[in-house]
Write a protein that binds this ligand. Structure first.
Ligand code: URA
Ligand code: CA
Length: 442
């Protein structure tokens, strides 16, 4: 086989075979196929697309390019959840203990964050003592005994994807659905998932700006999962404002604890119920989504979800007292309200700008090795549609380092719009894609 011929084949709109795709991924991973040829192929894929079979073959080949996590010694159907990313998205911290409490084994691999706030690991590390340094044995044992464990992503998870993503990033070939879908799904497969629930975000603060693109990505990932024998469901949800109130590491842990207590941002709770319900259905723990939702609601009301979170924190060396006393989490030195400049209704909260502000306060990493401040960030006090009076706070800034505070204040001013007329609330869920059908709620 020659890479030249395969690039030309795709350039001319033909379909690559499974053997050809496997050969390409192998060669690219071991360095025998140079970056310039892989870049040319990525651009050909950008213009010509891929069939769902080609996309599934690419996914499997990238998943198999490094370590494949073996979860066969974990009892039950392992369901993983993935979000395409947003601002103030604390769902993993709520969902993992909640579905674990329902008996679904959660064997989770997570990453650290780059950008507006930390990743799930950074957030959990704001709990004193919490560690993701488990041996493989401890990891499996914890999942089998308390249904939940979380470790850091191994360096060798889908290395072909890592290399290809870096190349796409500098060759204007990131935003093409077959490459995004295979990139995300290859990591889920390598991490050992039997079934996958995807939260595809759409809106100004999301990767997929338009709803059409979001549904197309949602469907592409369900098609890959189905092709590869993994039950997969995609939920399409809103990212035209931050999901919850909190953006910042310890602040989001606090918000997750509130959600497990049945309190906090209604959007966060509603999305967790929707995603969690699908996780229960795919794990065979509930007959349908309505029954699953009722079950999860019950686990919140009885406190069973919160207890599961406490067991999980304790099992990984964290101080379980933070669950009942969230004030034990790192606290910022100063909290400053950001007041509304006029009476009216909140008409817009630019999610990406809020994320940037949290990062400038120190909650996120500007570079891969920047230190982060776990205590700081932003807590919204209003969401789109809420009435507000002049002088009333729109958000609270949790501050330690004041060096970029002026910049933050100015950005926050730009992030909010207040309209004199009433404004409708934003929808949260746009639809669901399963292997059987695409359901649109609007
Ligand atoms: N996230 C990924 O993991 N891969 C992509 O290609 C895009 C977003
Ligand atoms: Ca976040």
């Amino acid at each position: 086989m020659r890479m030249y011929d395969l690039i030309r084949k795709k350039r001319d709109g033909q379909t690559l075979s499974k053997q050809e795709i496997e050969w390409i991924v192998r060669g690219f991973t071991d360095g025998s196929i140079p970056d310039y040829q892989m870049s040319a192929l990525a651009m050909a894929i950008y213009f010509r697309g891929m069939t769902s079979r080609e996309t599934a073959d690419l996914t499997m080949a990238m998943a198999a390019s490094g370590d494949m996590v073996d979860l066969s010694s974990v009892e039950g159907i392992k369901v993983d959840k993935h979000s395409t990313g947003g601002v103030g998205d604390t769902t993993t911290l709520v969902l993992a203990p909640l579905v674990a409490a329902a008996g679904v084994p959660v064997a989770k691999m997570s990453g650290r964050g780059l950008g507006h706030t930390g990743g799930t690991i950074d957030k959990l590390e704001s709990i004193p003592g919490f560690s993701v340094e488990l041996t493989e044995e401890q990891f499996i044992r914890n999942v089998n005994t308390i249904q939940l464990a979380l470790i850091g992503q191994t360096a060798d998870l889908a290395p072909a994807d890592k290399k290809l993503y870096a190349l796409r990033d500098v060759t204007a070939t990131v935003d093409t659905i077959p490459l995004i879908a295979s990139s995300i799904m290859s990591k889920k497969l390598a991490a050992g998932a039997d079934a996958i629930v995807l939260d595809v975000k759409t809106g100004e603060g999301a990767f997929m700006k338009s709803r059409e693109e979001a549904f197309a990505l949602a469907k592409a990932m369900v098609d890959i999962g189905t092709e590869l024998g993994r039950k997969t469901v995609s939920v399409v949800s809103d990212m035209n404002q931050p999901l919850g109130y909190a953006v910042g590491n310890a602040l989001e842990v606090k918000e997750a604890i509130a959600a497990l207590n049945g309190k906090g941002a209604p959007e966060l709770r509603q999305l967790c119920l929707e995603l969690g319900a699908w996780m229960l259905v795919l794990a065979g723990r509930a007959p349908d989504r309505e029954a699953a939702k009722a079950q999860l609601q019950e686990l919140i009301e009885t406190g069973a979800g919160l207890q599961a979170f406490k067991r999980f924190v304790e099992a990984q060396g964290g101080d379980p007292a933070v669950i009942d006393h969230p004030e034990k989490l790192p606290q910022a030195k100063r909290i400053e309200p950001f007041p509304a400049e006029a009476d009216g209704y909140v008409s817009r909260i630019h999610a990406e700008t809020i994320g940037t502000c949290a990062m400038l306060l120190g909650a996120g990493r500007e570079r891969k090795d920047s230190p982060i401040d776990l205590a700081v960030g932003i807590v919204l006090t209003k969401k789109v549609g809420d009435p507000v009076r002049k002088g009333e706070p729109l958000a609270m800034l949790h501050i330690n380092d004041e060096s970029r505070l002026c910049e933050v204040r100015e950005l926050i001013r730009q992030a909010f719009s207040v309209s004199p007329q009433p404004v409708p609330r934003l929808p949260l869920l746009y639809g669901v894609v399963t292997s059987e059908k695409t359901e649109r709620f609007f």
